[in-house]
Design a protein around this ligand. Structure first.
Ligand code: F6R
Length: 243
């Protein structure tokens, strides 16, 4: 793994966006894997800025989001679908049919997981997957204990994840307790991975994930086995790597 430490959260967003832009320039029909959450917002802002500036063209790009809550519709304001429309897709020239996000209202989640997994393969796999990391070490919604050979699947969210995500909902009771997520097997099959983390509160988990022994208790630690991982952190998140 390669480590890049940025001075600020904004610089982190700009540098990750540049990695995406470079890929799109070299491979206009590339396949991106994308996260939601606070961490990538600065990346999406910069990508939108670059698009409006005429520096980047999304017309041939395909995207697959990492995860989606189960039990709420695409148009629910807290769905990951809405998040992506709001922060990225509605501002750029990506065709609607090139955007893929698991269906949170799928009547048969198992079938939806299989459909999603095979669709990723149909597009030839993911060229660049961007990941955040949860406080408990989750990647996507692969919570601690998830087996490393799991493809896209539905999962019960850890209580700490429900708590962390309740900031977006009126009440913690409203936070969906289940989700569909790319599995760790799906994540590891991406050709290139960028894991980004920002802020002091992520410093311990990101340090543990890349310096301690790999364990299913810290799902992100599995990235130690991938041959093209770039860990991009701001100074606060990188605090323990400096020592
Ligand atoms: C979201 C996702 C999660 C987040 C993680 C960090 O699609 O896959 O793994 O990346 O929970 O979230 P933030 O960035 O809000 O700290």
């Amino acid at each position: 793994m390669k480590l890049v430490i940025c001075e600020t959260h904004n610089e982190l967003g700009t540098k990750v966006a540049m990695e995406v832009a470079n890929l799109i320039k070299n491979k206009p029909n590339c396949v991106l894997g994308l996260p939601t959450g606070d961490t990538p917002i600065s990346v999406y802002k910069e990508l939108v800025r670059m698009y409006k500036n005429g520096d980047i063209d999304f017309s041939q790009v395909t995207t697959f989001n990492l995860d989606e809550y189960l039990g709420i519709s695409n148009s629910h304001p807290c769905s990951y679908n809405s998040f992506m429309q709001h922060n990225l897709f509605r501002h750029i020239n990506i065709p609607k049919t090139s955007v893929h996000i698991p269906d949170g209202l799928a009547a048969f989640p198992d079938e939806e997981c299989k459909r999603y997994e095979s669709l990723i393969q149909t597009y030839g796999g993911i060229d660049l997957l961007i990941l955040g990391i949860g406080h408990n070490g989750h990647i996507g919604f692969n919570e601690p204990g998830t087996l490393f050979d799991t493809p896209t699947h539905d999962i019960d969210l850890a209580f700490s994840t429900v708590q962390a995500n309740s900031r977006f909902f009126d009440n913690i009771e409203d936070v969906p307790k289940r989700a569909i997520t790319m599995g760790i097997k799906t994540i590891l099959s991406a050709r290139r991975i960028i894991l980004m983390a920002s802020g002091e509160k992520k410093s311990q988990i990101v340090h543990d994930a890349f310096t301690k022994e790999m364990t299913t208790n810290i799902p992100a630690s599995v990235l130690q086995t991938h041959n093209d991982v770039l860990v991009m952190l701001d100074k606060e998140a990188a605090r323990l790597f400096d020592k």
